[in-house]
Design a protein around this ligand. Sequence first.
Ligand code: ATP
Ligand code: MG
Length: 262
Amino acid sequence: MADLAVQDGPAPTERPVGDPLVVLSGVDKHFGALHVLQGVDLTVRRGEVVVIIGPSGSGKSTLCRTINRLETIDAGTITIDGKELPSEGRDLARLRADVGMVFQSFNLFAHRTVLENVTLGPTRAKGVKKAAARERAMELLRRVGVADQAHKLPAQLSGGQQQRVAIARALAMDPKVMLFDEPTSALDPEMINEVLDVMVGLARDGMTMLVVTHEMGFARRAAHRVVFMDGGQIVEQADPETFFTAPTSARARDFLSKILTH
Ligand SMILES: Nc1ncnc2c1ncn2[C@@H]1O[C@H](COP(=O)(O)OP(=O)(O)OP(=O)(O)O)[C@@H](O)[C@H]1O
Ligand SMILES: [Mg+2]
């Protein structure tokens, strides 16, 4: 498997993308009186890396959560690989396996070893034999650089290591798309890059990714497109260079001026 040490590769926008894989069309979501997603249209193509940024409360996490149906939607449609999201049952479980998710808080099973964290999904949900699951898990743990931690419990690892295990765990299900919701914002600064490097490697290997992050370096290194959300709407989208250097909307300019001065 490819070494994930990051070299200066081709510009992300030169990586080819395929047909639409995740398609949101007219998606609306309310929490009571709060209209948190307002007619969101978004298409993520196979092999495409899309970064979502925007102010706190703009609906970024909710958008991610609707894609694997951790949240229901009130109107509109979401399709993954041409199929509309099923509402429940076995079809929903199958769909969830197609969508890997990595959260800000690592959400590992605390009483399971690192290796067990990565093998549980495939053995329980996909019927993969234990030996095969272990072999694949070790390969993934090597890939994210934590194979030597396989027999420890999550609490014995650093935050950066735990987050890399969480990425390996999601990859073990062979997802078609990976969603990341602020995967580095709970990490100490020195650990952020080790996680971002793994993500950049994944992007370069052609994984389809939707990533909520304010890490502009990641967007520049890996994203085809930056989507700016505010108030439950997609306000503007462009390739990273264009977005960061010449945002067109006042809201995006205002937001960027705030995060750039931090
Ligand atoms: N389960 C919920 N019940 C009620 N309101 C919610 C719920 N989840 C989110 N909200 C509200 O929906 C809005 C969008 O929240 P969301 O978490 O999607 O924003 P976000 O863009 O991810 O913000 P942040 O950058 O702070 O993570 C916020 O006003 C939030 O308070
Ligand atoms: Mg959020």
